[in-house]
Design a protein around this ligand. Structure first.
Ligand code: NDP
Length: 244
């Protein structure tokens, strides 16, 4: 069965690299028009130039006024937003006892508050058109917790609460909201691991490898498509069996 997203308009935050870049490419390959978003507008535009039907936009998702402007600009450029993928995220790891207030706030703002603000701004048009797909990229760490990641795990657990609440609030307007919880995926975020740490990690993964960004992107495409029309408020774990 071929997934066809022709005519759909998608906005993917944090799509200049890593998982977001793969999600944007996969949605575009199914025919969607895609807004590529990162803090650096020129970088977003150069990534967009590599993807058919994509346009690049600069936005720091930690700044509320930039989010309002982004949504207005993308709606004007693409004609609306049907699919919103809240993917932008950061880590600022430290043991809880040593964690600075700033590191807590920065991660909660980038990973959780941004998704709330993006969702609130984008859903107005979705409500009018009685169609929307909102997909939040959380993490297995939000389900399991992790030493040194109290801020990150809290932000990702919060995203799950946001997902389920938005699913209930917007279901009557045919707006579905789901989350994807990746395990360890090979991107810049996980590149700093030592070879020893990487080997130790892989021994805990039943499928015996780290995931690829495309492993996450294919689930996003499914959730965005008509094949997932009866799925909302769910968390889909893509982790090679790690959290099982
Ligand atoms: P990367 O660090 O490779 O990429 C992060 C992306 O987010 C970049 O495109 C970056 O764009 C963007 N970004 C960061 N901060 C901001 C900001 N303030 N405003 C706008 N854009 C921002 O991360 P991954 O691809 O690995 O992760 C993507 C998502 O997946 C994150 O939410 C992460 O928590 C989640 N995840 C990742 C896992 C992994 O193992 N990699 C596992 C589980 C979840 P730019 O720098 O151009 O602004």
């Amino acid at each position: 069965m071929q997934i066809d997203l022709t005519g759909k308009r998608a906005l993917v935050t944090g799509s200049t690299r890593g998982i977001g870049r793969a999600i944007a490419g996969a949605l575009a390959s199914c025919g969607a028009a895609v807004a590529i978003v990162g803090r650096d507008k020129a970088k977003a535009e150069s990534v967009a130039a590599e993807i058919t039907g994509a346009k690049g936009f600069g936005c720091d998702v930690c700044v509320p006024a930039e989010i309002e402007q982004l949504v207005a600009d993308v709606e004007a450029a693409l004609g609306g937003i049907d699919i919103l993928v809240n993917n932008a995220g950061i880590t600022r790891d430290n043991l809880m006892l040593r964690m600075k207030d700033d590191d807590w706030d920065a991660v909660l703002d980038a990973n959780l508050r941004s998704a709330f603000l993006m969702t609130r701004a984008s859903c107005r048009g979705m409500m009018k058109r009685r169609f929307g797909r909102i997909i939040n990229i959380t993490s297995v760490v939000g389900l399991m917790g992790n030493k040194g990641q109290a801020n990150y795990a809290s932000s990702k657990a919060g995203l799950i609460g946001l997902t389920k609440s938005v699913a209930k609030e917007l279901s009557s307007r045919n707006i579905l909201c789901n989350a994807i919880a990746p395990g360890f995926i090979e991107t810049d975020m996980t590149a700093a691991m030592t070879p020893e740490a990487r080997e130790a990690l892989i021994t805990g993964i039943p499928l015996e490898r780290l995931g690829q960004p495309e492993d996450v992107a294919s689930a996003v495409v499914w959730l965005a498509s008509d094949l997932a029309a009866y799925v909302t408020g769910q968390v889909i774990v893509i982790d090679g069996g790690l959290a099982t």
